[in-house]
Ligand binder design. Structure first.
Ligand code: PMP
Length: 309
């Protein structure tokens, strides 16, 4: 699906026309993957107007990612939160996918260069359900990828850096070429890790399981949201290493991510998950999640950041 262009992009403190937000071909980040980014969403809620979901947590993660790679960020979390809201207002967008990106710019070649300015942009544009409306409702078909996620001590999976998405590309391109909506990566030692752009949860006998931070995952903000909502609903949520075969014996599986939101998984490697169409725990968490944007779920945590004011 082609990008749906908006009017302006925030770039280093200024709003520039969408078409003019370009960069030089010798940009460091293009050659060495030295960019860190976020994927966020604004929702047009029925009770609180347009809001940015978990604005603060996304920029805290961006600053963490930048710190790991020695990418200087001239903006504090609060500056970036305000810039995001400014970008939405300037584009007249009430709901949007938001893509902040900080990358090493033009200046010097070589992976360890310290003479590249950091370019920071925030783009916002309309984007619907990443894995499809049908996927949100009826679930998606996934496969276990032949590609492993990066091992601990190599490229850190817990950092949201541009270069990490080479792994995601291998996994999702392979999955699509085999007729699946998404691929699940295993960790270097063969445990379940995560989807190409989503965290994974499975339900067995009423308990909810999800891989721990050590399983080469990104600590997803939607993962945290789903865990918090599930516990609030009274479910036990257990972070533990998950053997591949647990995928084939699960009662329910769902994926979480800013783009994917809360998407049920209908089959893994062509084996149905649980009983088709029967996924009460996933539905309860999905309803609680979307209920945040209708007011049916009370936002006890201050996750909704109003765009106006
Ligand atoms: N894992 C990967 C590899 C991702 O790209 C994403 C999307 N950012 C997630 C998990 C989910 O993270 P979040 O809920 O913060 O969007």
């Amino acid at each position: 699906m082609p990008i749906q262009e908006a009017k302006v992009i925030w770039r280093n403190g200024e709003l520039v026309p969408w078409a003019e937000a370009t960069t030089h071909v010798m940009t460091h980040g293009l050659h060495y993957g030295t960019g860190v980014f976020e994927g966020m969403r604004a929702y047009d809620t029925s009770h609180a107007g347009s809001i940015v979901f978990r604005n603060r947590e996304h920029f805290e993660r961006l600053r963490f990612s930048a710190r790991v790679y020695g990418i200087n960020l001239a903006y504090e979390v609060d500056d970036l939160m305000a810039a995001t809201k400014e970008t939405l207002r300037a584009n007249g967008l009430k709901s949007a996918y938001i893509r902040p990106l900080a990358f090493l710019g033009y200046g010097e070649m070589g992976p360890s260069s310290t003479n590249c300015e950091t370019d920071v942009i925030i783009a916002a544009f309309p984007w619907g359900a990443y894995l499809g409306e049908d996927g949100l409702k009826n679930g998606i078909d996934v496969c276990v990828s032949s590609w492993r996620r990066s091992a601990p001590g190599t490229i850190p999976a817990g950092v949201k850096a541009a270069g990490n998405y080479l792994s995601s590309r291998l996994i999702s391109v392979e999955a699509k070429s085999r007729g699946f909506a998404e691929g699940i990566g295993l960790s270097h030692d063969g445990y379940v890790s995560e989807g190409a752009g989503e965290n994974l949860f499975l339900i067995r006998n009423g308990r909810i399981y999800t891989p721990p931070g050590a399983a080469s995952i990104l600590m997803g903000i939607t993962r945290d949201t789903a865990m918090t909502l599930a516990r609030k609903l009274g479910y036990e949520v257990i972070e533990q290493p998950i053997a591949r075969e647990m995928l084939y014996g699960a009662d329910e599986i769902f994926l979480t991510g800013t783009a994917a939101e809360v998407t049920p998984v209908r089959s893994v490697d062509r084996l149905n998950v649980g009983r088709p169409g029967d996924n009460p725990v996933t539905r309860a968490i999905q309803d609680a999640f979307f209920g945040l944007f209708t007011g049916e779920t009370e936002d006890e945590w201050g996750w909704l950041d109003p765009v106006q004011g």
